[in-house]
Design a protein around this ligand. Structure first.
Ligand code: ATP
Ligand code: MG
Length: 358
């Protein structure tokens, strides 16, 4: 049986609370699934790394991550870093770019018994993470925003066939494993060349997946469909900016940002990252909701288990999903969900649930 080395980057704000909560649950789930214990590799990043290494994203951290397949990333608050680091290097964006983590997979799934705008929402947004209209994140440097004069600002969007093809394959593979439905989101009536290419290349890839039912919508129409009938959707694939906006909307429809997980993946590596930020307003109080981070970590195990064909990992991921649902269903909830359970106590309840589910 393989033992895995996984990275831990705690992050800022509530990161040092929710990331250890996720580690606790992962350890319990792997034990329950009969997998060997993880070798956790803690690495400095963000505010703590500025203190110890004088750099928010130390080269030594990037080098250590290059040796790993997967890691947990806590949230970061680069706007709060001391000068000259403030707002300069966004640790999460830097890592995504450095490792070309092109697929941002963001499920929006409501939890039984918990508030949701559209109950029984269960969809996944697959967001292209490297190009589109967030040119500063593009792998094609020099293509970002610029100002030809002080009164004019210009931004460009880039879509390339290979980038659409690889994200489309991820989305179709996922849809094949789920309910076999894929929705392409674009704005091909206005952004004809860029998002038109996005739609067309996705449609071409569709020919390889005859069992997946495909439809497509303009981004504006899609927001209406999501609010009205979120539970009609299975997998949604879209470009960077549309995916960013749509996934916040979907997360909120399914419950709240505090429960919305994500992973960022390439073909080789994956990074678990909650959809929410570092929540400095509640940091250090043991009140943060660790669900998003815990479910992100479960996604990471599932990703690794699928790639390595290691059923113990996929089973551990399923145990975590089930235990989170049961714990919330039993009324154990953090403050943002109307409960009084602390971050640590919530994680301990999920870890106990994982053992019971076994
Ligand atoms: P960022 O720019 O890092 O994305 P943001 O401005 O979007 O940050 P968040 O840090 O996500 O903001 O916080 C938004 C609000 O949601 C805050 O009031 C915060 O306390 C709350 N919040 C975020 N995450 C959680 C969580 N896990 N549990 C409870 N409340 C949370
Ligand atoms: Mg945010």
């Amino acid at each position: 049986m393989t033992s895995y080395r996984l990275g831990v980057l705690e992050g800022d704000g509530i990161g040092p609370e929710i990331v250890p909560a996720a580690v606790l649950v992962l350890d319990a789930a792997l034990a329950a699934a009969g997998a060997p214990p993880v070798d956790w590799v803690e690495l400095p990043l963000g505010a703590s790394a500025i203190d110890t290494h004088g750099d928010a994203v130390p080269a030594s951290t990037l080098a250590a991550l290059a040796e790993l397949d997967a890691w947990l990333l806590g949230p970061h608050d680069s706007a709060a870093y001391p000068e000259p680091h403030r707002g300069k290097l966004n640790p999460s964006g830097t890592i995504r770019k450095h490792f070309d983590l092109f697929a941002n997979i963001r499920p929006a799934k409501s939890l039984e018994g918990a508030y949701a705008i559209v109950p029984r929402t269960d969809l996944v947004i697959v967001r292209e993470n490297t190009q589109g209209f967030y040119a500063d994140r593009s792998t094609y440097r020099g293509s970002g925003e610029f100002m030809p004069s002080p009164d004019v600002a210009i931004a460009m969007g880039i879509i390339t066939r290979p980038a659409v093809e690889r994200i489309a394959v991820e989305a179709f593979e996922l849809a094949s494993r789920r309910r076999g439905k894929l929705t392409i989101v674009h704005k091909a009536n206005v952004l004809k060349l860029t998002t038109g290419m996005f739609r067309d290349v996705c449609r071409e890839v569709a020919a390889r997946y005859p069992d997946v039912a495909v439809d497509d919508f303009h981004i504006d129409a899609m927001t209406v469909h999501l609010v009205r009938r979120a539970n009609d959707f299975d997998v949604i694939v879209t470009e960077n900016m549309f995916g960013d906006i749509l996934s916040d909307l979907a997360g909120e429809i399914a419950g709240s940002l505090g429960i919305a997980p994500s992973i960022n993946a390439s073909h080789e590596r994956a990074m678990a990252q909650a959809a929410h930020g570092s929540a400095p307003d509640i940091a250090g109080q043991d009140v943060a909701n660790p669900i998003a981070m815990i479910l992100s970590s479960a996604m990471l195990l599932d990703w690794l288990g699928t790639r390595r064909q290691d059923p113990a990992l996929t089973q551990a991921a399923a145990l975590i999903d089930a235990a989170v649902a049961t714990t919330v269903g039993a009324g154990t909830r953090t403050r943002d969900m109307g409960g009084t359970t602390g971050t640590r106590a919530f994680a301990e309840a999920v870890a106990a649930g994982v053992k019971k589910a076994r």
